[in-house]
Design a protein around this ligand. Sequence first.
Ligand code: ZN
Length: 688
Amino acid sequence: MTTSFYQRYKRFTQLAAVPFISALIVSCGTSGTSSKDFSAGDQASSSKSYASLDWTLPETAEAAEFMANCQQRFEQADTQFKLLQQSEFSSDLDFLKGMNGLEKTIHNTLAPASLKANVHPNKEVRESAEKCEQNFISLISDIGLSGSLFKRMSRVDQAVLDAKAKRYVGESLREFRRSGVNLDKASQQTLKTLVDEINAIGQDFQKNIREDVRSIVVKNEAELAGLPQDFIDSHRDEASGDVIVTTNYPDYFPVIQYAKSDALRLRVYNEFKNRGYPANEEVLKNLLKKRHQVAELLGYSSYAQYAMETLMIGSPENAQAFITEIADVSADRSEQEYQQLLKRLQKIQPDATEVKDWQKTYIAELVKKEQYKVDSQKVRQYFRYDRVQKGIFELTEKMFRVQIRPMQGDLWHESVTAWEIVERGEVLGQFYLDMHPREGKYQHAAAFTIQDGILDEQLPIKALVCNFPEGDAFMEHGQVETFLHEFGHLLHGIFGGNQPWLAQSGIATERDFVEAPSQMLEEWVWDFTTLKSFAINDKGQSIPSSLIKKLQASRDFGQGLFTRHQMFYAALSLNYYMQDPDTIDMNTMAAELQNKYSNFDFVDGTHFQYSFGHLDGYSAVYYTYMWSLVIADDMFSEFEKNGLLNTKIAKRYRREVLEPGGSLDAADLVENFLGRPYTFDAFARRFK
Ligand SMILES: [Zn+2]
């Protein structure tokens, strides 16, 4: 039940591609992926070797086998937990090692279970894997509330420990406290009830969004002008002959982007922005209230304060300052872009004095097409899947002076491949690539952990799960960027996977920092020197630099508008969670914040917040993506100055930022790499 310890054990199983697409098609990604972006995990053990075979479960594995294995792990963890509570340890260090061992058993089970739940070809195995995860929840809750473990941990003499062990103790004590260990029994029961309720309310919130699919009947076919004919044909209702579009993404985005009819776009927009309303009106209020109660019970003034305590940002006040700063930095640029859109709109509606929210995507699409047109067919020919994979491997080898070589592994599907990263003959870690779509598989792109590395005990093992075209098929440029992004998480997990404490291994860093290394690596797919070595078409020609310049210009347009609108989302998420929900008028606040931060005013009669799924998954911390981007840009500036393939800088980056994993504060990692604290300067250059 308790939130805190569970997150620790189940941290970051998957780091999904952030649901950000191009600038104006602001996909705040609602629901679905939200809770998965930052969930958890890691896998099996054995001494300095590989995942125990039963956990990599080949294609033929049975669900029963899986559950038996899970049960065995559960009993092992339970025994370890009991021993830890009962035993006298000869030294503090022995006790800490015992805790580390317990975490290892749990993590090594949850991580592969989470992977299997998402990728195993056998549906029953997928379901068993989910059940396996569920089985651990109450155990983890008991650990977080164990007064005897907490007392034992409090007695550890930190003065004699090294810095990493000291940090481990400090963070563990904090996790106990955040789990409610200090509360009296009655309050613990209240907390447990609240957390269960919050889980159920969150599920309701998401379900109400998911199930509120609205249909818009288009009787006048002229309204559909601008939409592709195959889209129109496939949406025709045979009986009536009318065309029916829904509020599902594959309908909504084409209409809002391509339909010439302002009236149609407005109708679809209104329905889309009212999904979840009124059903979620009470549900969201309730979610905020229960979380506020959790915060108060644990001694915090707001849920935002509770959620931010363990993050780089530290406090709601800092988050507000950050949002203000980003809004300021992007203000001029967004205003210029807004004027560009308005001018273009006035060619269609000469009396227009403002661009409305339901017009922005359509108009931006026109501007992009007219001014920055990139023929995606022309781009794709340079990105054959097999060449891209090879190119990304070679880039890694070149930058970090390592080798990537195939290995034998227990593959869960015939299309999966297994690899290891080797440096001067020593294996640093292993990974699996599950890169192509198939029935029943996870549908986004994410880096999973199979096993977190522990110094002298177990190697880090990761898996990339994506849905790219196969073999000699071509990828979109954006897919190449996603590949590199997820590969960034993989490298972070492997290079950082040599820590003595599991809780500090690999990507176990602050949640608002964890995207930064991957966001930084995305920059390489915009670099000509990098691309020319593997972006090669079937005639053997490298991608021309003029085409890359066009791609960049098209990417840059809309950055200001996008950023300001994102700050509206961030401010909404923060403000809903930083005060007593009873004092909030949800709709008034949403309207005020949209008008304050976005260039596009709130549209009366809409209720966006009730379909903003991230209010559940991210709670108060929607700012995180932009925050880590600021830091990614700052770190990237070091490569920009010295060369993207500069091995010296790459080495320093690996040593200072990736290798320490979670053994230092992220702010210190960044400062150690840059030689100074991070600043907004590099990020601000996006808006010049
Ligand atoms: Zn990511």
